[in-house]
Design a binder for this molecule. Structure first.
Ligand SMILES: [Cu+2]
Length: 128
């Protein structure tokens, strides 16, 4: 049954490849890889949620790490430094899946908020 045999061989190879990737991949949280990316969600209904608008909050990342904000709400929001003019100035992040990313090359505490009028949203990224 040559078809069945080759099918099983293929399945076996797939499993081996997956295992190899799992061993050598170095996940997002591997500090030695130098490629770290962490996601912060802007949660549904974030507009008036204050410190709960961004999740997780606060977020700590390694120096050189990248943070990706993803807007899961139904209206646009921003990620804007406190005070404005600092590290973060996203402009409007589109509703329902828009993203903004920033790589932090300076250690410190970065407070931010949503700059859209009447939105009460605050977050903090700690880079160490
Ligand atoms: Cu907002």
């Amino acid at each position: 049954m040559p078809i069945s045999r080759s099918f099983h061989l293929f399945r076996g190879l797939t499993i081996v490849v997956m295992l190899a990737a799992g061993c050598g991949g170095g996940g997002d949280d591997d500090p030695s890889s130098g490629v770290t990316a962490v996601e912060i969600l802007i949660v549904p209904g974030a507009t008036l949620l204050g410190p709960n608008a961004y999740e997780p909050n606060p977020l700590t990342v390694n120096l050189g790490g990248t943070v990706i904000w993803r807007n899961n709400d139904e209206v646009p929001h921003t990620v804007t430094s406190d005070p404005p003019g600092g590290e973060l100035s996203s402009g409007n992040i589109a509703a329902l899946g828009g993203t903004f990313s920033r790589t932090f090359m300076t250690a410190g505490t970065f407070n931010y908020h949503c700059a859209i009028p009447n939105h009460a949203m605050q977050g903090t990224v700690i880079v160490q």
